[in-house]
Design a protein around this ligand. Structure first.
Ligand SMILES: [Zn+2]
Ligand SMILES: [Zn+2]
Length: 332
């Protein structure tokens, strides 16, 4: 009897699904790629055909130009050579999917990146029971417990209102985090225009086109200092400390990331107001998900694999680490 999942072959540059002759989230250009979501460490340009949700294809189109796309909607099942393939929501960013593979009576779920907390910008994670669950472990340590998102947003708004002569400059990843932050602010009653760095514009516009309203956004570049007082300004994390931000009125530097739980990381970026808002599962979400999915084996990718592997073993679930290259944790 062959080993469970012997038709799925992990290589450093990606997961190869032999009977479909396809790669999942490959780090190098491949003739056929199945893509979980649009973040740069999962979706790269230059593939032959790209099988992904329509939203992920649209995001890749913005980043890399037109794709030879094969759209697969959530819940639809397609056959790729000898494998039945479907995409289930992962709750990570707009269009993010777990790729469900059925072959030879075995089911493998490649979850990509995921989270379990509500996110108004994307479909919630769906539990898909399977034999092998391939999980990320970005925050795979028991110390990682993300706080309630609403309370982090309230801290931001409180600070904004407390210092009306300044602006709050928030570093947020351009895909997913920025739009989620804007939507959460709107939900907390913040109706003022939100100012954005030019690098966020195209993806914000795409989210709106795909049905995620963001309220009034204005480009921050070239706006007089006085107009920006008492405003929220969003930029990619890389722009937080660069020349661009020096033209703002005494910015209170904030950043929205799961890594803000670590003081050292906040200090490195001179972040005065760290907001712990993550698009990845924290320790409790990871272990809850594995319990609910109830796989026979867990294969663990990018992150702190060791602790999660140990947790699996103490819960009588076989676990192994996959040493994939090129995954970054900066997308949080
Ligand atoms: Zn991601
Ligand atoms: Zn990732």
């Amino acid at each position: 009897m062959p080993r469970l999942g012997s038709w799925i072959e992990p290589y450093p540059e990606g997961i190869y699904v032999r009977p479909a002759d396809a790669w999942i989230d490959p780090a190098e250009p491949k003739p056929r790629a199945l893509i979980t979501h649009g973040h740069g460490d999962h979706a790269r340009g230059g593939h032959g055909e790209v099988w992904a949700t329509p939203e992920t294809l649209a995001i890749m189109g913005v980043r890399y130009g037109e794709q030879k796309g094969r759209p697969v909607a959530y819940g639809e099942t397609v056959r790729i050579d000898g494998v039945e393939v479907s995409y289930a929501p992962a709750g990570h960013v707009l269009g993010s999917a777990q790729i469900v593979l059925d072959h030879g009576g075995e089911r493998v779920v490649v979850s990509g990146d995921y989270k379990r907390r509500p996110d108004p910008t994307c479909e919630p994670f769906v539990v898909v029971p399977c034999d092998i669950f391939i999980s990320e472990a970005t925050f795979g340590l028991p110390v990682f417990r993300h706080p309630d998102t609403g309370s982090e947003i309230d801290r931001l708004l409180h600070r904004l209102h407390a210092e009306p002569a300044r602006c709050v400059l928030v570093g947020a990843y351009a895909l997913g985090k920025a739009q989620r932050l804007i939507t959460e602010l709107r939900r907390r009653g913040h109706g003022d225009p939100i100012y954005i760095h030019g690098a966020l514009e195209r993806l914000c516009r795409l989210y709106e086109e795909l049905g995620v309203p963001l309220g009034e956004l204005r480009l921050a570049t070239g706006v007089p200092k006085d107009e920006l007082k008492g405003r929220i300004v969003l930029c990619p994390p890389g722009a937080l400390n660069d020349r661009w931000s020096r033209r703002l009125p005494e910015p209170i530097t904030a950043m929205a990331s799961g890594w803000m739980r670590i003081r050292q990381r906040a200090r490195q970026r001179n972040v005065e107001l760290p907001l712990v808002i993550s698009d990845h599962a924290d320790w409790d979400e990871l272990t809850r998900t594995i319990r609910e999915v109830a796989p026979r084996e867990v294969w663990i990718t990018h992150g702190r694999e060791e602790a999660l592997k140990h947790w699996c073993m103490t819960h009588q679930i076989k676990a192994r680490e996959l040493n994939l290259v090129g995954y970054e944790d900066e997308d949080d």
